[in-house]
Design a protein around this ligand. Structure first.
Ligand code: H2B
Length: 99
């Protein structure tokens, strides 16, 4: 079972992951973080998604995401924890590294 982030951890996220914002997986659902990406075209967006998919497998942690043409929206949350955990931070940092 993965531990949920504390309130202090969540406050630190603003500095740690400035391009991400707090969200919910669905209305009234589990806490998540979200980042929206815009690329030149579909090909670039899908190339990014392919790289994130490989990262996700490596982390054994997977995004909830959507893609419309050149836009990719990524949400991270930890099902096991019912909210945010350090696993989301690690994957978000890795995604930032390739964005
Ligand atoms: N991805 C995400 N986003 N949250 C999880 O809790 C999660 C996951 N759990 N990927 C993993 C897989 C779990 O099901 C496996 C068994 O480790």
């Amino acid at each position: 079972m993965t531990e949920k982030l504390t309130d202090a951890d969540r406050a630190a996220l603003v500095d740690l992951l400035p391009k991400w914002s707090f969200a919910q997986l669905k209305e009234g659902g589990a806490d998540a973080i979200e980042r929206k990406f815009v690329f030149k075209d579909f090909s670039e967006a899908f190339a990014f998604m392919t790289r994130v998919a490989l990262l996700a497998e490596k982390h054994d942690h997977h995004p909830e995401w959507s893609n419309v043409y050149n836009r990719v929206s990524v949400r991270l949350s930890t099902h096991d924890a019912g909210g945010l955990s350090v696993r989301d931070i690690r994957l978000a940092e890795a995604i930032d590294g390739i964005a």
